[in-house]
Design a protein around this ligand. Structure first.
Ligand code: ATP
Ligand code: MG
Length: 581
């Protein structure tokens, strides 16, 4: 490819709306252009990189035995009604009507369509397992599209769906995809970590997110400094302090009402009573699926993990009770709820560390009043002590007990066991070996193809621009010709360009009549991992200069035996990225 004939509209300035490096650089390097909020054009350089990611993902999916299909982007509402998600999915689902007034949506994901496809085609255990995937544009009307390709509304995703005849098969399919993901992300050149994620109603160890480690990530992950443990914060377990539970409340004084005028928040109550937040129990009144109220109790200085609570309580949606419900149930304004008496009428869940003490401060279900000396055992009825709070960095590893740390991550992939959630709702069945009708056991597996390009830049850039991993760089090598009017240099550069292209290596030839400074700056901005610079002096001395974009290291290759020397240098560059050719 000759740059003189290529469309690379680079920009001098960062766009005003770009907050993260990948967004700034993708725009400045002329790889993407915004059409409207969260919707982008992929320009030639950007698309090359996206296509390389897609190619690697495709190869690893094929290797794992998945088969590529392509499903429509426009999906009929009926299927979503059948699965129960037409109402549940909310505003991220972009709904449209056709000329007959029938409802459709733009596919944010394809569980419904694939289940519909497979139920119509597969009827016997002999046809299972199957794993079907596609690489395609998805549309999600994200509430906050931002960061360029990181969180778009229209974006490219690889989504795969496995169908098995039993749990065992589904688990095998799951781990095959898990391994395929590891292989794909390694080949792409990402520094990543698979972490445990919430698997909702399915339970078990069958949801992992693949996180690219980067400070600008929107997710926080807890990882162990010693063992392999890593989990999304919403999933990370906090172990029960069972050994040190203190069940003897014989020394706890009798309940005592204390006035706490206008003190509602943990901080206000603690300041008023001059106690530490860790001596107070926060009482959260919630509503399950808009109906049943439940109480969640956690220590004053902790944060409730609503996913843990939801998994414990059951139901789809848990929300905080509104003011009216609080008044109704507690007889007091918001800020004074407590478990004494209330826990007798309402299902009550307490974080398991609350067993460590039996002399607490809680709300007294009375305006401007709290209780001192609350013993959960004596004064309340707790349905269950369980893990309810968000893990903190000072907690120990739930698997090995050693120190953990928090890091930021970008989710680039997700593997998930669905079980029979969709096959039951949509009646996707098959006949087993004994002629019995059974529901297929499913899994779903997503990779954010366009997000990966942004993530790779987040991980690899400097003040001058992108530093692409060689496997997904728009071009792996750039030849920068400093020929000016020197035809001999131009001819030689052209010859080297052809030789590299013949090797099957993606090479970009900067044959433009630009100043050297402009060419160097642009090559750095776009981030080709390898740069070759040919000028008059080099030609005279029989060498071409090299630059490793990652380390900035410069060197030279002989023009005699160029192909051999180049091949060796290329191998070296890939190895520096921890990859083999
Ligand atoms: P997130 O929590 O980041 O919104 P998700 O849990 O909604 O992601 P999945 O439904 O598992 O994502 O989709 C599979 C993959 O698609 C994700 O791992 C991510 O890499 C990518 N993806 C999801 N939403 C977007 C988006 N708005 N823009 C770009 N890529 C996305
Ligand atoms: Mg999302």
């Amino acid at each position: 490819m000759r740059l003189s004939r290529y469309y690379v509209p680079t920009l001098k300035e960062d766009p005003a709306d770009a907050e993260v490096m990948s967004h700034k650089l993708l725009m400045r390097a002329g790889m993407i252009r915004k059409l409207t909020s969260g919707i982008y054009n992929y320009l030639p350089m950007g698309l090359r990189s996206i296509n390389k990611v897609a190619k690697i993902v495709r190869e690893e999916m094929d290797r794992a035995g998945a088969m590529e299909v392509s499903m429509p982007m426009v999906q009929p509402a009926d299927l979503w009604v059948e699965s129960g998600r037409w109402d549940y999915y909310g505003k991220e689902l972009l709904r449209v009507k056709d000329r007959h007034g029938r409802d459709y949506c733009l596919g944010p994901t394809h569980e419904e369509v694939i289940t519909d496809l497979v139920r119509g085609e597969i009827g016997s255990y002999k046809q299972l397992p199957v794993n079907l995937y596609q690489i395609q544009n998805k549309f999600r009307d994200e509430i906050r599209p931002r960061f360029g390709l990181m969180r778009g509304r229209e974006f490219i995703m690889k989504d795969a769906y496995s169908f098995d005849k039993d749990e065992e098969g589904a688990e095998k399919s799951y781990w095959e995809m898990f391994e395929a993901y590891k292989a794909a992300f390694s080949r792409i050149g990402l520094r990543f970590k698979p972490v445990q994620a919430d698997s909702g109603a399915i339970g078990g160890d069958f949801s992992h997110e693949f996180m690219v480690l980067a400070d600008t990530g929107e997710d926080t992950i807890a990882s162990c400094k010693s063992c392999e443990f890593g989990a999304n914060l919403e999933k990370a377990k906090v172990n029960a302090p069972e050994d040190s539970c203190n069940s003897d409340d014989s020394a706890t004084p009798a309940l005592e009402e204390v006035g706490t005028p206008d003190a509602r928040t943990v901080d206000e109550v603690c300041a008023y009573l001059n106690i530490e937040p860790s001596k107070l129990i926060k009482t959260l009144l919630l509503k399950v699926d808009g109906k049943e109220p439940v109480l969640a109790l956690i220590r004053g200085d902790r944060e409730l993990n609503d996913i843990k609570l939801r998994n414990l309580v059951g139901g789809n949606e848990i929300e905080m009770a509104d003011e009216d419900l609080v008044k109704d149930l507690t007889g007091a304004p918001v800020g004074f709820a407590g478990p004494v008496t209330l826990s007798k009428n309402i299902r009550t869940f307490a974080d398991h560390e609350l067993c460590l003490d039996n002399d607490w401060v809680t709300g007294a279900n009375k305006a401007d009043t709290h209780y001192r000396h609350v013993s959960l055992a004596r004064d309340c009825e707790i349905d269950k002590f369980a893990d309810l709070r968000v893990i903190e960095e000072t907690d120990s590893c739930p698997e090995c007990g050693k120190e953990i740390e928090f890091t930021k991550g970008i989710e680039v992939g997700h593997v998930f066991k669905l079980g029979t959630k969709y096959s039951e709702k949509m009646d996707a069945t098959f006949l087993d070996e004994n002629g019995k009708t059974k529901h297929m056991v499913m899994g779903c597996y997503g990779i954010g193809v366009s997000r990966i390009v942004a993530s790779a830049i987040e991980q690899n850039h400097d003040e001058n621009g992108c530093i692409f991993p060689p496997a997904i760089a728009p071009f792996e090598v750039a030849i920068i010709s400093l020929a000016g009017k020197d035809q001999a240099v131009a001819d030689k550069a052209e010859e080297l360009y052809n030789e590299i292209a013949k090797l099957g290596v993606d090479v970009c030839y900067d044959d433009r009549k630009e100043r050297p400074g402009v060419k160097f700056a642009e090559a750095d901005l776009i981030g080709y991992p390898m740069q070759l610079v040919l000028g008059g002096k080099g030609l005279k001395n029989g060498i071409i200069e090299t630059k490793d974009r990652k380390t900035g290291e410069k060197g030279e290759l002989p023009l005699d035996n160029f192909v051999e020397a180049f091949t060796a240098w290329r191998k070296e560059i890939w190895e520096k990225w921890g990859m083999s050719l």
